[in-house]
Design a protein around this ligand. Structure first.
Ligand code: IPE
Ligand code: IPE
Ligand code: MG
Length: 250
């Protein structure tokens, strides 16, 4: 396998002015609905609309990878009615949007433990990925039943199955088996909804990602909010362990 991407811990990666990869925890749908005395699911419906806008904004700004946290491995703990509605929404969104993604040159990837999803949803995921596999404008990854710990564990187990006689796994070997091995590490992480935590999202890949937290609730997040996040990212000094002085070209 040809290695296309830098590991932020093994080498010093590029720090592009426009983030090449943005990863977002889309949080605050429930509170958005509650403020309007609506059921939580109304917030999720509105949230799906925002996904469309943010994909478009990313394409316009030259972002190459957009990764969205849609359902965590811990979200099964929610009331069963909400989980059911979320699954229905996921099915609906795939049915409605995959054709449009394809028309717009977007490659769709789903990461997470798909074994808990029903056959219909799994089929839609596989078909959507297959249809869009050759597209190059933007890679849209949706993390569904995803957990950062699950990802690391499945990578270790996959490596062990492939190398039954080896004892010591290397960082590079593990990274190759992570579910997002096809993408560079995120440059910018955004969490909407005001919480300041990672909630078991991309634990490995966020090692040197710039973190951005906003109180804006996901159903209110638009292209302008994305620009604010990118502007904040552009003011950061990405040192990757070095000193400021080392960054100045002689
Ligand atoms: C994020 O919004 C969407 C999912 C986790 C599926 P929430 O539903 O967590 O919204 P809040 O945090 O309750 O407002
Ligand atoms: C994180 O949001 C997961 C998604 C946005 C899909 P949560 O709302 O589930 O996170 P916690 O429970 O507040 O940490
Ligand atoms: Mg939440």
């Amino acid at each position: 396998m040809i290695r296309k991407f830098f590991s932020s811990t093994a080498e010093i990666p590029e720090a592009p002015p426009v983030p090449r990869h943005i990863a977002i925890i889309m949080d605050g749908n429930g509170r958005w609905a509650k403020k309007r005395l609506m059921p939580r699911v109304a917030g999720h419906v509105q949230g799906v609309e925002r996904v469309r806008d943010v994909i478009k904004a990313c394409v316009e700004r030259g972002v190459e990878y957009l990764t969205l946290f849609a359902f965590s491995s811990e979200n099964w703990r929610r009331p069963p009615e909400e989980v059911t509605r979320l699954m229905e929404l996921f099915v609906l969104a795939l049915e409605r949007e995959v054709g449009k993604l394809h028309k717009n040159g977007i490659r769709l990837k789903i990461i997470g433990d798909l074994s808990r999803f029903d056959d219909k949803l799994r089929r839609l995921i596989w078909d959507g990925e297959a249809m869009t596999a050759g597209n190059t404008k933007l890679t849209l990854t949706v993390a569904a039943n995803y957990g950062g710990r699950w990802d690391i564990m499945q990578a270790v187990n996959a490596w062990r199955a492939a190398h039954p006689r080896s004892h010591e796994i290397t960082e590079a070997a593990l990274a190759e088996h992570l579910s997002m091995a096809y993408a560079p590490e995120p440059d910018l992480f955004i969490r909407t909804g005001g919480e300041k935590r990672i909630s078991n999202f991309l634990l490995w890949q966020l090692a040197y990602t710039e973190l951005y937290f906003t109180d804006t609730l996901w159903p209110d997040f638009d292209g302008g909010c994305l620009d604010e996040a990118i502007a904040s990212y552009q003011k950061r000094e990405r040192r990757f362990g070095r000193t400021s002085e080392q960054l100045v070209q002689p």
